[in-house]
Every structure is written in structure tokens, then in C-alpha cells.
Ligand binder design. Sequence first.
Ligand code: BGC
Length: 929
Amino acid sequence: MAKTIGSRQRRMNPRKSIFCFFFFSFVLLANFDEGYAQTIAKIGQLKCEYLRNPIGIDVKRPRLSWQIQSDERGLTQVAYQIRVARSEAALSGKEVPVSDTGKVSSSDSIQIGYSGPDLRSGQRVYWQVKVWLSDGEVISSKDPAYWEMGFLQPSDWQANWIEPDQIPDPSKPSPLPMLRRAFNVRGDVLRARAYVTSRGLYDLQLNGKPASDRLFTPGWTSYNKRLQYQVYDVTDLLKTGENAVGVTLGDGWYRGIGFNNYRYGDRLALIMQITITYRDGKEETIVTDKNWRSSTGPIIMSKIYDGETYDARLEKEGWTLSGFDDRQWAGVRLADYPKDDLVATMGSPVRRIQEIRPVKIFKTPAGDTVADMGQNMVGWVRFKVKGQAGTTLLLRHAEVLDKEGNIYTANLRAAKETVRYTLKGGDEETFEPHFTFQGFRYVAISGYPGDLSQDALTGVVIHSDMSPASEFETSDPLINQLQHNIIWGQKGNFLDIPTDCPQRDERMGWTGDAQAFSATAEFNMDVSAFYTKWLKDMAVDQLESGSIPHVIPDILSRPGRPAGGSAAWADAAVIIPWSMYLSYGDKRILEDQYGTMKKWVEYERKRAGDDYIWDGDPHFGDWLAFATNRSDYPGATTSKDLIATAFYAHSTDLLRRTAQILGKREDEKFYGELFEKIKSAFCREFVTQTGRVGESTQTAYTLALNFDLLPNDLRPIAAERLARDVRQFKHITTGFVGTPYICHVLSRYGYWDEAFMLLNNQNYPSWLYPVKQGATTIWERWDGQKPDGTFQDPGMNSFNHYAYGAVGDWMYRNMAGIKLDESVPGYKHILIEPHPGGGFAHVRASHETMYGKVASAWELNGNRFALTVEIPVNTSATLSLPKAKLSEISESGQIVSKRNGILNIRQDGDSAVVEIGSGQYRFTYDLNK
Ligand code: BGC
């Protein structure tokens, strides 16, 4: 095998090269020196548990995935071989590998479980993959990838938990503790790792440098049950001789979170272990113990909601460097917090993702100097300032301006979002806060010495570092702005957990919001690791009854007073694993979450009882649905019993499908039968023989149709009733529950005009109304700010709430037409079903799947329709070309036929159906009238 690594074994045949010349002239140019055009496949994106070269994982059988990149049409993988070795050199050398699968005849290239012997704590292994392709090429990955195990048993922790000597008064904010220790490194270090976590947040520095660019570590999990530790490669941060490590601790999510000010504990604590391996093979371990010193410094207060107070005069210069005199510092105490709940980190680290500059600085009528960042963003302002020691700057953050043009902060409720900085004086000072983040577009700055210029301020945007996975662009700038707002809603609310909003005293993992947005989120960004982590917290926080808490991590339940079990919120327990399975072909998430899913459905079954109608329980209902002050029509209220029964049915159906995939025959049968019973009960209770559903609201029809609860003959009738309602109102009336599905249902039953009417509506209530009002994110309410500039109820009025952004899923799947084939998940087989309409001249979308990029872009010129599609190697697609006659379609300049990647063609009513393999294709034809 070693000989073939990296080598090309085959040249492309000349006929294919002529074809490529036609379409991919850039490829030709790039390969000109080769004599003639050819495509050479490459292997890239080697991932282990969704991550590139992770260190510190505790999944014993991690799953490996790769992508094959090539422009060649119809290319698939026919076999693979994975080699795992102790070192990079050993991969290609003669040394026996840790594991070698041999040649496996399979087209699987994602989610392949490591099958070698168990690995030790801290062990790093390198891996490489070789693949055999359908065109005869045999290629291998070039750069060896690796993964490294974390601690696999609690006894790996030799360190102790420590906390500062001074015990803070929990009723008062206290300056944040700093802990330090000097240690000696005797010489040539081969490698060094820091294993670290805290109760509270930590910021770790080694010899004056940050150990990593991760923020808000150790992340937010259900701290009482599982606490993540991080592993850093600190080899390059160490030096021979005296070294120093310094850690600042912050309250974060640990001490005072949620509108109920929940505290996991009163004291912040740290556990850390640095393992140094010298070149001579000896090991040394530096641990948190009694030898550490503690003090406080410039951070007087730093809280998630409230902001930060920082006095630069109190900085202790050089405290994370060696040679610092800490004799005046206090000591630390050992604390006996558990170590068996420490888990490796899964998920995407929070980082500084991008920086933006204010678009203007202006004075408000109230006299505030305000910088407008031009974008409702989440993170903070970094500023530069020069002035006298003791001068204090005050930064107050707000999402919107009121109708007078003053900053509006009433919607922040108890969150203060205020940064206070006191200068130390002298040279220019640069500051950014530490353990807090703000949701804002405007920042009012007072106390700034001298003139405030735009380049003194930088908006630092932070969120979980998920790779962007989508492009979506149309001929309508308003819809493009809507997509922009959806993306920024995701950026603002995917901060270690999926939050409802990032500004007021909430920022919690509301399950309903998360499930409503999950399909859109999965299209837009790689959220695989992010949700995997959050679902683990859902599993451990599931209440004994099987109920699922309203927020995960659960900080609202109290002993004897569970806060959970709301239909459409708690159903996230089933809906999100299922959509993860579809998006990422992730069967293991179904295995891991199966117990939680089933327990939740069993809870619903118990609550519903023998008549299968889940009635009488409190729920959030169709949250924030259209309401009016009219005496004869209070609004589009859908009964909670109907919603609860519909979701009970839907979760049962998804559980049945899950059981089928996992080969759990009995469960499949049981939940299949249960689904039928709930459906009958639903129809008996809520559906008339003439197809009226419940209160005849848009949400009632949408749920009944989307979850397939109606008998076949009533479906078109109910769909027509829904369409009629839309035409009558000329706008959407759904809340959080109906919104994600309504356009899907309308288009599925042929009511495209009505779906486009909802999408293109610019008046309240609609998606474009906030866009017309200048929104740069998705609002919580359809009318957060009214046309006259006044605001909705300040108690519930976030301007950065992603839930209504769930329409994105419809835009990508239906306008651009990139659809999942549920029977072949993970986009191994793709459905491309574009739909020209809605007045759009073009729609272009792409999505980065586990296999590579899928793209669908169409344009309409008069009656001339053109569609360009791109399908990744090792996948195939079924295209449905609307209003098309097979004999009139040309593909890349020739009448479409079965050749060069086109596997099959057929006419299906008004549409032409074309089966294709990988590659790029361009279809053009005149739409049939
Ligand atoms: C949140 C919502 C959430 C809801 C529960 C609110 O305070 O912001 O988005 O789903 O409570 O109904």
C-alpha cells in the first residue's frame, strides 16, 4: 500500500477530457502542462467525530469521514482502506499499524467507526485513507490526519480541584480570582498537554500567552452532571527553566444565570494538569495543588448579562510570567468536587469569528454619543483609548433605536449589558471584556477622552466556530437580506448552546426554538458537533418522568417542581436527533439518543392516556402567533390540546422510523401501531368530515398536513382550506409552532402562489416586514417594532431570535430545490427539485454536505430556464426539471441523453426526471406553458 500513497495510477480517457474541455476550461488550463485535460481526484476534509484532528476526545470508537474531490462526472468510491498508526512516519513505513482495515469493498466514506484495538488515555494516532474509485483511480489522502484521546478514566486526573483562599460573599459581586503557579521545565520537551476545566469559566495563560483561542471555556453543560474539560497542545508555550501558568476564573454560566439567577455553586474552582513528555521519554506532571497562589486583579465584575467592570490600575503586570513576585498573594484551598463527571469536549469551540467596524458615530437627541455597528451582533466592542489614569469609560449596548432615535434598552429586562473601563493612564490602552457578551447593534459611549473616531472601535463577533455550509442568493435583495438575517440569527444564538436570544436576561437553551430552527441551522452551518454536545445534556437532564425540560441545560426545574414537558418544545428530543441523522447520516446519534427519545414518547403516551388525545396539560402553544385587538377575532389561536396531540403523533412516527433504522423490530411495530391510533384519535377529536381542522387556523392545518395525520381523501381538502385562509388573510398567522412548516405544506400540496405570497409579503405580519424596517437579524415577534416606531411589550421583545428564521429551510429546499432523500441520508442521494416562481429571476444555493458541495442554481429569462447543478463525488442525485419536455432539454449544449454522468432520463407528467452522478451539469430549456 505504501507505494501507491499519493500517486496517481490512471489518466483520464480522452473522451472525458474533451467533455471537460467544454465545461471546465479552467481545469484544462490548470492541467495544461500535463499535455491534455484530466481530472485527478483528491481526498480531503478528513474528520474524526466531525472534527479536524481533534485532541482530547473520549469516544472510544471514533467515526472517520473524508471527501473525494474531483470534477469528474459520475465518480464513486468502490472500496476504501484505513490505516491507523502510532506516528506519522509509521503510516507509510514498515512498522505494523495499530489498525488496518485492508481493502473494504464499500462506497461508505462517512461515519466509519474505528475498528482497531482500544486506545489509551492521551494516545495520539495518525490515520490515512486510500480509496478505489469507479474510474479505476486509486488515491490516498496526502496529509495524515490524527486524533488524540483525552482522559478515559477519572483516575487519570492526578490534579486536585482548587479554589482561592478567600471565600466570596455570594450576595455581592466580587473581583474575579486569579490563580498562578511557577514551575520548572528541565529541558528538551517532546510534547506537552494541558488538561483543564473549571467551575465557572477560565482563561488560561502560559508564560504570558493564551493557551488557546477558545473563549468561554469550559462551555456550558449540565454542570451538576457533566463538566467538559479541554486539552491543549502547549508544547510551544513552554521554555527551559522557570515557567508560569496563570488562570483567571469568571462566573459565566456557573454562578448566576437565567432570569431566575440560577447558581450551580457559589465558589469558582479550577482543576488543571500539564503533562510534559521530554525527549528522553521521561514524563512530568504539573497539577493544581496547594502550591498555587491566588489574588484578585482588574476585573471587578464580569457577568454574562451585565457586562464587565474593569479597572486597569489594578492590573498585576507580568502575573502569568515567570519571575513574578507572588509572595503577597494568598494561597488556595483544595476542594473535593467530583472528577468522575469530567468529560472530554465535544462541540465547536466559541471563538472570535469576525470583526466589524462601526458604520457611523452620532449623537442622539438624548445627548448620547452612539456608534452604530451596522449589524445586530453578538460579542463585544474592543476599543482603543488614551487618557489620564482614573478616567472611566462607560459603554451601554442596545439592539435598536426608539422612534426618537435614542438607544432602547427596556427589552434587555434585567440584563445590563454595560462595560465600565477605568484607564491606567500613559500609552494607548486597548480593551475587550472577558467573561461576558453583549447582543447589540448600537453602543453608547460616555467618558471617552478626546474625540471618538470610528477606528477606535471594533465589533468582535463571537460564536461557536461552525464552518459555513451554505450559500443562498436570489434576484430579490429583500429575500437576500432575509437570508442574511437568518445567518446572523444563527451566529448570534449558537454560542456553545442554542439560545433563544443573546441579549436579555435569558440566553438559555430553549428547546422549542432549537427544534423549530434545526433544519435551517443544519443547512447553513456545520452544526454536527454543536448539536451532538447539546443533545448529551438533554439526555442527562431528562426528568425522571421522561419529560424534557424547557431549557437545556436545565436551570429552571426545582426539586419537586419540574419545568418541562411542553409540546413542540420537548419534542426537540426526537426531532433534532432525527434531523441530525438525515443531514449527517449519523446513525450513532440515533443510537445514543434512543433511550431519551423513547422515554419522551412514553411520557407523552402516559399524559395522553387511553384515548390518545393529549389534553389538559399546560404548554406554550403556538407561541407568539398572530393576535389582534379586534372584538370579533382575538387572533389565530390553535388549541394546545391539538398541538400537543399532533406533536405526540409526530414524535411517535419519528420514533418508529428510528426504531426501524436501528433494527428494533418490536418498537417499530409498537410505535407504528401507536401512530395509527393517535392519528385516528386526532381526526376523531379535531377534524370534521369536511376537512376542517381544529379552529381552522393556519397552524392547525399545517400540523395536521405536515405530520400526515389526515386520511388521504381529506388531505387535499384541508390543504385547500389552508390555502384559502392564506388568501383571505393575505398574511401568515402562525407562531413558533406552525411557522417552520407552513410553506412546506403549501408547496407540497401545489399552493406555490400562496407560499410565495407569504414569503414576499412586506407588511406585518411577515418575514419581510422586519427587513423593510431595517432589521439585520430575525426578530422574536412579527411586530417587534411597529410601523410608527413604537415597540411591542418590552418584557418579550428580542430583536435577535432565530425561531422565525426557520423559513430558510423552505427557501433552500423548495426555491433552490436542494432536498434530502430520507431513505439515503446524509445526502448520499440528493433530490434536486427547483421551483421557478414567486417573481424571482434567479435563485442560487449550495450546501456543503459530508460528501462535498451540492449546488443548485437556476435562472429564468423570459421563458428560458437554465439550471446548473453540482453533485459531490460518491453521491448521486435525482433531478426533477419542472415544466419540461425531455426531448427539448439540452444539457451542456447537447440534447439530454444517457451519457457522461447522466444515468437515466424519463418524462414524469409535466416534469423531466434525470438521474445523475457526481459533477457539474447545466440544463436549459423553454418552460412548458
Ligand atoms: C423565550 C422563547 C421561548 C419561550 C417559551 C421565552 O422567554 O425567549 O423563545 O421558547 O420563552 O415559550
